[in-house]
Design a binder for this molecule. Structure first.
Ligand SMILES: NC(=O)c1ccc[n+]([C@@H]2O[C@H](COP(=O)([O-])OP(=O)(O)OC[C@H]3O[C@@H](n4cnc5c(N)ncnc54)[C@H](OP(=O)(O)O)[C@@H]3O)[C@@H](O)[C@H]2O)c1
Length: 317
C-alpha cells in the first residue's frame, strides 16, 4: 500500500488507516467478535496497512485491548503506528489514562496520543502541555488532536501536534474553509474519520434501502430532511462509480484522496471484503470533472448545516 509521511513527524504510515471504534463492541455498534477483529487487523497489516486508530472510549478500552492482542504476535507492534485518544479532561488524568491504555495495548508506547474532543470550559494549554510530557517520557511518540476548529488547531500547532482528526467526507465539509488550509500550511496531517459517512457513501443506503440502526440513528446525516438529500448525493457517487467500473466506497474515498495529499482517511470495517474494496480506492483516479460533480452534490447536503453542528448533534461543554 502507498506509504506517506505523517505531517511534520518522522512516522511513515499507509494512506489508509484502520479504525477500531466498532471493535470496542459498544456505543451503538453492537457486540463485536474479538477473534474476527484480531484477524481483520492482522490481515490488514499483512496487506500493507500499518496505521491503526483507537481511543480510550471505544468500548471503554476494549478496542485498545483487541489491538494489543492482534499486535502481540511477533514484531507486529514494532511495524505498526498506533494512535489512541483521550477526551479533554483534568490534565492530572492524562498520565494514568495513558498508562492504563499502554497495558491494554501490551506496549510501552503509543505512536500518537490524541486529544479526542476539546472542551471549551477547560484550558487547552495545560492539557496539551501534559500530552507533551508524555512524549518527553517516551510514552507517546507524537501528539495529535481531533474535532478541533481553527482557533484550537492554532493552539495545538504551538505544541507540535502532527495530526488533526476531523469528521470529513463528501457530505460533511466542515474543515474546507479554514482547518484544512491551516493544516496544509502547518505540516499537520489530516486523518478524516467517518470518511464513508458511516456507510452512507457505500451504496448501502442509495442503491439499497438498508435500515438505519445502531450508531447511525444518532448521526444527523441519517435524519430527515438531510437523509433524503444525502441519498441523492450518494447516488451521484454511485453514478460516477458505475461509469468508472469502481465501487461507490472506492469513489468516495478517491474523492478524499484527491482533495489533498495530506489526507489519510480512517475507515471502520467489520468485514474483510469491505477493507479489500476500500484499498482499491488507491487505484481510482477521478477526473477533475467527476471530482467537481461529486463535490457539488455533497455541498448541497453540507449547506443544510452550520459550522457549529457536529455529526452527532452533540459536543462536550
Ligand atoms: N475522533 C473522533 O471523534 C471519531 C469519531 C468517529 C470515528 N472515529 C474513527 O474513525 C473510524 C471510522 O469512522 P466510522 O466508523 O464512524 O465511519 P466510516 O468508516 O465512514 O463507516 C464505517 C461503516 O462503513 C461500512 N463500510 C466500510 N467500508 C465499506 C465498504 N467498502 N462497503 C460497504 N460498507 C462499508 C462499515 O461496514 P461494516 O462494519 O459492515 O464493514 C461501517 O458500518 C472509527 O473506527 C474510529 O477509529 C473517530
Amino acid at each position: 500500500m502507498e506509504m506517506v509521511k505523517l505531517g511534520n513527524s518522522d512516522l511513515e504510515v499507509s494512506r489508509l488507516c484502520l479504525g477500531t471504534w466498532n471493535m470496542g463492541g459498544t456505543e451503538g455498534w453492537g457486540p463485536d467478535d474479538d477473534e474476527r477483529s484480531i484477524e481483520l487487523i492482522r490481515r490488514a497489516q499483512d496487506g500493507g496497512c500499518n496505521f491503526f486508530d483507537s481511543a480510550h472510549g471505544y468500548g471503554r478500552g476494549h478496542a485498545e485491548e483487541v489491538l494489543g492482542r492482534a499486535l502481540a504476535e511477533g514484531d507486529r507492534r514494532e511495524r505498526a503506528v498506533v494512535a489512541t485518544k483521550l477526551v479533554h479532561c483534568d490534565p492530572e488524568r492524562v498520565e494514568p489514562s495513558l498508562d492504563a491504555a499502554l497495558q491494554r495495548l501490551q506496549s510501552d508506547y503509543y505512536d500518537i496520543y490524541i486529544v479526542h474532543w476539546p472542551r471549551p470550559s477547560l484550558s487547552l494549554d495545560e492539557f496539551l502541555g501534559k500530552m507533551c510530557q508524555m512524549k518527553e517520557k517516551g510514552k507517546a511518540r507524537e501528539i495529535g488532536v481531533s474535532n478541533f476548529n481553527l482557533e484550537q488547531a492554532q493552539v495545538a500547532a504551538r505544541y507540535g501536534a502532527v495530526t488533526l482528526q476531523p469528521p470529513y467526507n463528501v457530505l460533511w465539509r466542515i474543515i474546507e474553509p479554514e482547518v484544512l488550509p491551516f493544516c496544509r500550511r502547518s505540516g499537520i496531517a489530516v486523518t478524516p474519520y467517518s470518511p464513508l459517512a458511516q456507510g452512507l457513501l457505500t451504496g448501502r443506503f442509495s442503491r439499497t434501502t438498508e435500515q438505519t440502526t445502531g450508531i447511525r440513528t444518532s448521526n444527523l446525516l441519517f435524519k430527515e430532511p438531510v437523509f433524503s438529500k444525502a441519498r441523492q448525493a450518494a447516488a451521484v457517487v454511485d453514478g460516477v462509480a458505475d461509469r468508472l467500473g469502481a465501487t461507490s466506497s472506492q469513489v468516495a474515498l478517491a474523492w478524499l484522496l484527491k482533495t489533498d495529499p495530506i489526507i489519510i482517511p480512517i475507515v471502520g470495517i467489520s468485514k474483510w471484503s469491505h477493507w479489500e474494496d476500500n484499498v482499491g480506492a488507491l487505484q481510482v483516479e477521478l477526473s477533475d470533472e467527476d471530482y467537481e460533480t461529486i463535490s457539488a452534490a455533497g455541498l448541497e447536503v453540507w449547506n443544510m448545516f452550520s459550522a457549529d453542528d457536529t455529526m452527532w448533534g452533540w459536543k462536550p461543554d
